[in-house]
Design a protein around this ligand. Structure first.
Ligand code: ADP
Ligand code: MG
Length: 858
């Protein structure tokens, strides 16, 4: 990423599309009413909402409705909010950002008297945002500050770094020059009006300061009045005779396209008090100018800028890295804007009115800029933002175009007279909240190992400890020097009393020579010790540097490992999350599967039950069919028999009638013949009427009709029945129940190849293909009737035998003497070979074939 704005401030916008943005933080502070009986038209209804009520005189708007409007803010501070509470919410993070090389802009907005200056500057004991910000900054960076003039503004909005020697020279130069302002550094010299702004136990401190950097704070203070910029810290030589009006400053763009006030005084300050003092000096100047030029202070904007320069210490941790590209500069602008009320309210006239108009113009421009910015951001338009229309907006252009944190405290005076102006303020505040500013990016990390300052300090401490152990530094202690001198051989009395005295001088010479030798010896010893010391030191140094190198390596490795660990941790977290989601999915799938399986089981069960039901119904239907068929057959048989019986009866009756008529006819003939015989021949004696024989009947019938001879009316052979079956080699089961009577008749069914049984058994059935049951019953005429019920045997699927009845043959015994009795045989089918088959008309054939099945289970 491109590093813009190195040593410059604020940073130029980099415009990647994915840049993160934050809305302008807008806070609202309600000041207490001036007097208790004043009408209040602002109410705080929650920690982020206020409600405005129209004052009594203005109660109804055009529609005659009461007007109550609510406005939301990031936070609302009620009348009881203390300065420290406000500072902690509004400005603390801006100071932390400043230390982290991020720019900030904090301004107060509101009508005159709403508490803007109170909020920004405060009063003794009730310090506002500005003194508290300075205090927190110095509490945090205090011990890590660079020596004065190590950082030096380069007049082009940048800051350079120079070495200790140059800085020292410059310090000395400044001390010797009276004209350069010497800023005080002790509390005693602070203006009493500004002293004790902050209660010491309310001091704030940021703990996240990078100790391996050196810091310097520069402050500047400007005032914008009537769209002119004045430097409030400028030390213009004062001419009491012809006081010159203050010179206005111009805005310039630095090489990073950031705006700055050209030639503006930037004072390096080393403590809160010093910074206060500079601020206070500017404040005084402002007041004097206002009085002298008859200006209204509420109509000017004041901008106090805190610039923080920081550069990393070198690898030794002893000196600042002499590399301008490593100097980071960030700034916090604290702006107390002019009162936002419209001109007519101030009842200004003439040039004052024009001036006021200009001031208004700058706030108007601020509003317009916010509107256009908001529109551009919300609608994606690209309208030009008119920053250049006023100095205030032009100066802060880079905060809105570039990056930084922007916060605004909207001050509200709840009194009724301010109501309408307050409404306008609220609308501006609402709109401003919707403007977004690019979030400042984190400062690039310098490649040096952290902890350099501490290591250097530890080294220095250790060195001084060891020197102390070895007797401390050589130069200094006079007692030790005296002891040394006393240890030398004493000087003899050297008073020359006699010109020929030749003893004193040689003695003195001798002592002095001795002393000289001792001194030389001592010098040699000292040199040797010094050399030894030097050597030891060199060794120590090389050891130390190698250790340091090792340490450095280890640290960098540690850093890499840390990075790897962090990466792996995030990877683990990611995987854990993934596994959790997968587990969840599996769970769901399992549940779904279970559901489906249950469904499947229930469906299968249903299917089975339905199949069973179907089978049952089918079986039922088959049984029903069979039963119905049996019933049909039975009924048919019954009716056939009935018909035959009736036909026979009718035949007999008709024959009798016929016979009677015949007799009568014969008698009539005889009478006629008798009568005729009496005249012609002898008459035959009348015949006793007798019952005609069947033969005769037949003859009569033959005479009566031309129907074919009875021989031709052989009982018809059932087309299903095949004689060959009985004639063939089929095996029969001849079932003759024990209850059957032996009729001793020659006409017995002869079944060759038959197994005779009295009860049918499985074994016999399995060996045969055909089955015949001999069944005897009493016929209607009292004779015994034998029925031969015939069927086919076949194997069932279950391994048993089933018999399908196919035919019934009836055998009947008849007394030949009894006219009504007869013996007849029905069917010509089966093994029964009867020789008394009557050749009767087909009506007599009662043999029948049916599909009635008698099932036997094995
Ligand atoms: P402005 O700068 O908006 O014109 P000032 O800050 O000068 O308004 O405030 C006007 C007066 O109101 C001052 O005397 C100030 O002490 C007082 N004042 C403002 N806000 C508060 C507050 N929150 N609590 C107490 N006094 C306040
Ligand atoms: Mg003010």
């Amino acid at each position: 990423m491109q590093r813009a704005g190195k040593g410059r401030t604020p940073r130029r916008p980099k415009k990647p599309s994915n840049i993160e943005k934050d809305p302008v933080g807008v806070y609202c502070r309600i000041r207490p009413l001036g007097g208790e009986d004043e009408e209040c038209c602002v109410e705080m209804i929650s920690s982020s909402t206020i409600q405005l009520h129209a004052p009594d005189g203005l109660k109804a708007n055009r529609n005659g409705e009461y007007k109550e409007t609510q406005y939301c803010f990031k936070k609302v501070f009620g009348i009881k909010t203390t300065q420290i509470e406000l500072f902690e919410d509004v400005a603390k993070t801006l100071i932390e950002d400043l230390i982290h090389c991020k720019n900030g802009l904090l301004f107060t907005y509101g009508v005159t008297g709403s508490g803007k200056t109170y909020t920004m500057t405060g009063s003794p004991g009730e310090g506002g945002l500005l003194p508290r910000s300075l205090d927190m900054l110095f509490n945090s960076i205090g011990p890590f500050q660079a020596k004065r003039f190590v950082f030096k503004p380069d007049e082009k909005n940048g800051i350079e770094v120079q070495n200790q020697l140059d800085a020292l020279l410059e310090r000395q130069k400044r001390d010797s020059q009276q004209s350069v302002p010497k800023t005080p550094s002790s509390r005693q010299r602070v203006d009493p009006e500004f002293a004790d702004m902050i209660n010491p136990d309310q001091a704030c401190k940021f703990e996240g300061v990078d100790e391996d950097c050196c810091y310097s704070v520069f402050v500047s203070y400007i005032e914008i009045y009537n769209n002119y910029i004045y430097d409030l810290l400028e030390d213009a030589p004062f001419d009491p005779i012809r006081p010159k009006p203050p010179q206005s400053k111009i805005l310039r763009e630095d090489q990073n396209h950031n705006m700055y006030v050209a030639g503006c005084t930037e004072v390096e300050v080393k403590s809160t008090e010093e910074a206060f003092d500079v601020f206070w000096k500017g404040q005084k100047k402002r007041r004097i100018a206002n009085t002298e030029l008859n200006r209204e202070s509420s109509r000017s904007h004041s901008v106090f800028t805190v610039k923080l320069a920081q550069a990393p210490l070198d690898a030794d941790g002893d000196h600042i890295l002499q590399d301008k590209s490593q100097v980071n500069v960030s700034q916090l602008c604290l702006v107390d804007l002019a009162g936002s009320e419209r001109t007519n309210r101030t009842r200004a006239e003439g040039s004052r009115l024009r001036e006021a108009g200009n001031i208004n113009q700058s706030l108007m421009t601020l509003r317009t800029c916010m509107e256009v910015l908001r529109e551009n951001q919300m609608c994606g338009t690209n309208r030009m933002v008119p920053y250049r229309d006023s100095k205030v907006t032009h100066l802060f252009k880079n905060y809105f175009d570039g990056e930084g944190k922007v916060r605004m405290v909207v001050c509200v005076n709840p009194k009724a007279e301010d109501y309408e102006e307050t409404l306008l303020v609220m609308r501006f505040a609402e709109m401003t909240q919707e403007v977004e500013v690019a979030r400042p990016v984190d400062r690039p990390i310098c490649g040096l190992t952290p902890g350099r300052r501490q290591r250097n300090q530890a080294f220095k401490d250790e060195l001084s400890r060891r020197l102390e152990e070895r007797g401390g530094p050589v130069n200094g202690d006079p007692v030790q020097l005296n002891q040394l001198i006393e240890s030398l051989p004493p000087l003899p009395p050297c008073e020359l009393s006699d010109p020929s005295d030749d003893q004193t001088l040689p003695r003195l010479m001798e002592v002095l020579e001795r002393r000289y030798r001792i001194r030389q010896k001592m010098t040699e010893q000292f040199n040797q010790t010094a050399n030894n010391m030097k050597f030891a030191l060199q060794q120590f140094e090389s050891q130390f540097s190698s250790k340091e190198n090792v340490l450095h390596d280890q640290r960098s490795k540690l850093g890499e490992k840390d990075k790897v660990i962090a990466n792996q941790r995030t990877e683990i977290e990611r995987l854990e999350k993934k596994s959790k989601t997968l587990e969840y999915k599996i769970d769901i799938l399992q549940k779904t599967t279970e559901m489906y399986e249950q469904d499947k089981r229930s469906l299968q069960q249903e299917l089975e039950s339905r199949e069973q039901r179907l089978q049952k119904e089918l079986a039922e239907r088959r049984r029903m069919e069979q039963r119905m068929q049996g019933v049909v057959t039975d009924t048919k048989l019954k009716w056939e028999r009935e018909c035959e019986r009736r036909v026979n009866a009718k035949q007999l009756e008709l024959q009798n009638k016929l016979w009677v008529k015949d007799e009568k006819l014969k008698q009539l003939k005889a009478i006629v013949t008798e009568n005729g015989g009496a005249s012609g021949g002898p008459a035959e004696p009348p015949r006793k009427p007798e019952r005609p024989s069947r033969e005769r009947d037949r003859n009569v019938a033959q005479k009566r009709s031309a129907s074919p001879t009875p021989l031709s009316t052989v009982p018809p052979v059932h087309p299903m029945h095949r004689r060959s079956h009985s004639a063939g080699g089929e095996k029969w089961v001849d079932h003759k129940p024990a209850s059957n009577l032996d009729l001793d008749t020659v006409m017995q069914p002869i079944i060759p190849n038959a197994i005779k049984v009295s009860t049918p058994n499985e074994k016999a059935l399995s060996k045969c293909h055909r089955y015949v049951l001999r069944h005897q019953e009493l016929a209607s005429d009292g004779e015994i009737e034998t029925k031969l019920i015939k069927g086919n045997v076949f194997k069932t699927r279950g391994g048993g035998q089933a018999v399908e009845f196919t035919d019934i043959e009836t055998l009947k015994q008849e007394d030949p003497t009894a006219p009504s009795r007869k013996r007849r045989s029905g069917s010509g089918e089966g093994p029964a070979q009867t020789d008394d088959i009557e050749n009767r008309p087909p009506v007599a054939n009662i043999s029948s074939s049916h599909g009635y099945q008698k099932r036997r289970r094995p």
